[in-house]
Design a protein around this ligand. Structure first.
Ligand SMILES: [Zn+2]
Length: 268
């Protein structure tokens, strides 16, 4: 009996040690037991598969805009971590920005910075700056490792502490299967699973800083989310709007973070 308790304590202890990370900018302690290498490899495979099953947009100027906005925000994000002396934080990132031909109003970023924008989204984000709001927000989810955090909680609840620490030590096929199941990566539709409110607010705050550093006016985020809030009262609620519910409290939270984001706008 005693032996079991000690083993459990050791396992939980090592799990805590291993699993404690911090969300950049936010400073919140985060439970994450999924190594970047594992997650990014899975994301890479899933991203390639998605691209092979979906048509890239033939609108070359719109596709170029998505790449331009993405690359500007990528550089800004890298600059942010360089400024903080933590350039290595993004080492595992392998950035990709693609516009796919799909009338769905949607966009997402996979772990490691693999972004897809659907042509339908450009109806909502009809200027480069509005697109920057969306892309920076999605990149912020990836930088904050929200997906890995969500997966870690699902793994912990499915396996329990001891089994989880064993599973993490040897990445067997079974562990891989559990990862996939937990992340829901077996289906591309799982990519649009909504994040929690907390994750949404964090991505808003971080995204505003990244877009500001990229030279896009972060105040556009406030007007954009106000528009989303107004649109969500209307008859058409699109995919991206349903996973990103906007209301007065979201807009207020964005307004509260604005002075912080403005510090990063046009600094040079
Ligand atoms: Zn989001």
């Amino acid at each position: 009996m005693k032996k079991h308790v000690i083993a459990l304590l050791l396992a939980v202890n090592s799990l805590y040690f291993f699993g404690c990370a911090e969300v950049p900018i936010i400073g919140r302690k985060q439970f994450n037991v999924v190594p970047d290498s594992t997650l990014n490899q899975m994301a890479d495979e899933q991203y390639q598969q998605f691209l092979s099953e979906n048509k890239l947009s033939s609108d070359s100027s719109a596709a170029a805009m998505v790449r331009r906005v993405g690359s500007n925000i990528q550089k800004a994000t890298e600059e942010y971590f360089r400024m903080k002396g933590e350039a290595g934080f993004l080492n595992s990132f392998d950035w990709k920005f693609n516009l796919v031909e799909n009338e769905q109003v949607n966009a997402w970023a996979m772990p490691g910075g693999k972004v897809v924008v659907y042509t339908g989204l450009l109806e909502l984000a009809d200027t480069e700056e509005k697109l920057a709001v969306v892309v920076a927000h999605e990149i912020a989810h990836a930088v904050a490792k929200h997906g890995a955090e969500r997966m870690s909680y699902q793994l912990a609840s499915q396996l329990g502490g001891v089994a989880l620490s064993v599973a993490i030590k040897d990445y067997s096929g079974q562990t891989q299967a559990i990862f996939e199941q937990a992340y829901g990566m077996t289906s591309q539709y799982a990519l649009v699973l909504p994040y929690s409110r907390k994750h949404e607010y964090e991505a808003d705050r971080m995204g505003m800083i990244f877009m500001a550093l990229a030279g896009y006016d972060p105040r556009v985020a406030e007007t954009f989310w106000q528009e989303m809030s107004a649109r969500s009262q209307g008859p058409e609620v699109y995919e991206w709007m349903s996973t990103h519910p906007s209301d007065e409290s979201r807009v207020q939270a964005i307004r509260r973070q604005m002075p912080e984001a403005m510090q990063y706008y046009k600094r040079g």
